[in-house]
Write a protein that binds this ligand. Sequence first.
Ligand code: ADP
Length: 500
Amino acid sequence: MKNTPKTLALLGEDAARFIAKDKKMFIDGAWCPAAGGSVIEVEDPATGQMFDRVPRGLAADVDLAVAAARAAFDEGPWGQMSPAERGKLVWKLGDLVEAHADELAQLEALDNGKPVTDARIGDVAFSYELLRYMAGWSTKITGQTIPLSAEAPFHAYTLREAVGVCGQIVPWNFSFMMAVWKVAPALAAGCTIVLKPAEQTPLTALRFAELVEEAGFPKGVFNVVTGYGHEAGAALAAHPDVDKIAFTGSTEVGRKILDAAQGNLKKVSLELGGKSPMIVFPDADPDVAIPAIGYGIFYNMGQTCTAGTRLYIHKDIAPVILEGLKTFAENMTVGVGLDPATQIGPLVSKEQFDKVLGYIEAGLADGATLLCGGTQVGEEGYFIAPTILTETKPHMSVVCEEIFGPVLSVATFDDDGFEEIVKEANASVYGLAGSVFTRDISRAHQVARKLKAGTIGINTHHVIDPALPFGGFKQSGWGREQGYEAILLYTEVKSVGVAL
Ligand code: ADP
């Protein structure tokens, strides 16, 4: 019997029906248990109770899924399909995701704990728009005609071809959206896929597989293996028949993926950690800056790789910004993810909860000042109040390390130039995102150029769009997702020369 935490009562009919099903993995167009027969329990982070279980896939299951993806790529109808037919299938998948958007948002909110309203208008809506955006690329992946300098006459051109079988390993913070970020361009390019969702949040990947099946993709094109990172994930990253591995997660695991990938030198793309700075100059508009900074750090309970975790405010504007941020943080509605009014849900797991509280404690022990939050909310589940620590210094762990929780560290500066503060903002091993708040357009663009990060916001923080390349400088990753850059990640270039 599955446990039934009280939050399940908040599910709609469709999501409840899905939860009631026995969960199986999707391999070669069929639903199957793990070869070893064991399962992973799925926890509701709002209550700490187990409510579901999914197969615990091992290397043997990964072997089956990779073999299916290999056959679908090398011999199946997928490779013969015209780009237009492929694009239509990807578009249809986008339509199906939109048709089931409320259900998917509820499953994500239950599994991860995130606010269902954010999941619906953020994660899920972004995903169906991305599927459609990438569907459009299917018919526009082209090579070039290249004039050669050789003396004899040549006709030379390039072909851009699908890279092959792709292993895709995704984290728990945006489990559904991260999966679609990887699946959509890979399908548009003509690759086949083995997806491994995070063990904490496997449900939406399995529901997505049902939609892939309903859309009518040929068998083996898309496979899902649920399981632990060190088991199924490691087997997928090391698999000799996988041509490319795409990973989003911690920098630490990113290094393991690289090690595992070296056996067959598979292509690797990585979207890793972040510690993004937000800089506020004295001429910033507080009405713009305060909510942007508030969401910049507290969106998804700070469990966002682009989270604006380090705030640098000019001393002249610090009092008004800090007062506004404190009010913003204290007024956020904390509750179970499935309640549409919730703005702050629980963190995903006890492990994450303990880790974040540990960072807050360390920050205070290091001499930071608590402006608000800092503690658990309620007595069950993994809720932590939005937390702001001021007077933080560069050496503190809350400033240098990725916390992945609702914790903002704040420092002030008094120099009217921007060189010094940008230097401090850049003093991080990460380089995923950053933002600047000012009404001086020249300074805004100059800071945008100087910040060493993959995405910069001017008078805003989180900037993502299906068309806009996304990825990291430095230890935040390799490669760019979204936009045409994502198509480049899933294709290889072949040069062809013809002696005329
Ligand atoms: P987080 O720190 O956000 O929990 P992780 O980097 O640990 O993220 O996990 C992200 C994804 O990587 C998950 O799907 C997880 O199962 C997987 N993973 C963890 N360890 C490994 C590993 N050694 N090899 C491959 N995948 C792994």
